[in-house]
Write a protein that binds this ligand. Sequence first.
Ligand SMILES: Nc1ncnc2c1ncn2[C@@H]1O[C@H](COP(=O)(O)OP(=O)(O)OP(=O)(O)O)[C@@H](O)[C@H]1O
Ligand SMILES: [Mg+2]
Length: 257
Amino acid sequence: MTARVSTGTENALELRAVSKRFGALAALSDIDLTVQPGERRAVLGSNGAGKTTLFNCITGDFPPSDGAIRFFGEDVTGFPAQERIRRGLRRTYQISLLFTGLTVLDNVYLACLGVSRGRFSFLRPRRSSPLVATAEDLVDTVHLSDVAETRVSDLSYGQQRQLEVAMALAGAPRFILFDEPAAGLSPTERRELVDILTGLPAHIGYIIIEHDMDVALRVSDYVTMMHNGRIFKEGKPAEIEEDPEVQALYLGGDDSA
Ligand SMILES: Nc1ncnc2c1ncn2[C@@H]1O[C@H](COP(=O)(O)OP(=O)(O)OP(=O)(O)O)[C@@H](O)[C@H]1O
Ligand SMILES: [Mg+2]
């Protein structure tokens, strides 16, 4: 293995000709995607467009059938998911993976524990430890300090989505993939989530999958539109909003938001 020398100019994420087939189905075809460090990217597309599959290939949950993926300049195409996490990649899932019987702070503490390599207890220490302090900071970042000691099962749906953002922030990530974090949220909960995402530290880049065009345009610097496993349009939020083809597609049927 050769040592990687960081030039400081490399992309956060670079996909070249990535394809993913499930039997005869081409879930992703020939995807080229470049995301800069600190960039916030929205991915939009109808159900089955291949958005979650794109995340699975980037994280290593499923390897791509073809193509190459670089993360901060390093070819991670064949790396297991855990190796990508070690390099600062995180994701959230479309389906919640919270420990509903534990408190907010315990969930975040366990997430921090999961990505730390130190010797820490599975039981959250009563006295303040560095990892508990980190977990408390993350709970604050997602506006949940008031319910830090509340059990997850007693949180609102919107608060649970906020908690998932905190868990993705464990272990100082460089890049996060958010899979539809705003799905099912009320307008008020959406505003809260938009505030949290736009308020994240500037060096943390992300891709957010989002069906709601308004949310997507507010939380991103750049937008990628997918359809049938392909990228069919990319642009700045204002360009996407005014694009007749995009308008036709969005006014023409996708009402899943
Ligand atoms: N593990 C799998 N095995 C077989 N087919 C799959 C698998 N995962 C996804 N697919 C198929 O790949 C295509 C893309 O699915 P994907 O979940 O990536 O879409 P999506 O854009 O995330 O959709 P949604 O908006 O509904 O979440 C779909 O046709 C889906 O049925
Ligand atoms: Mg999906």
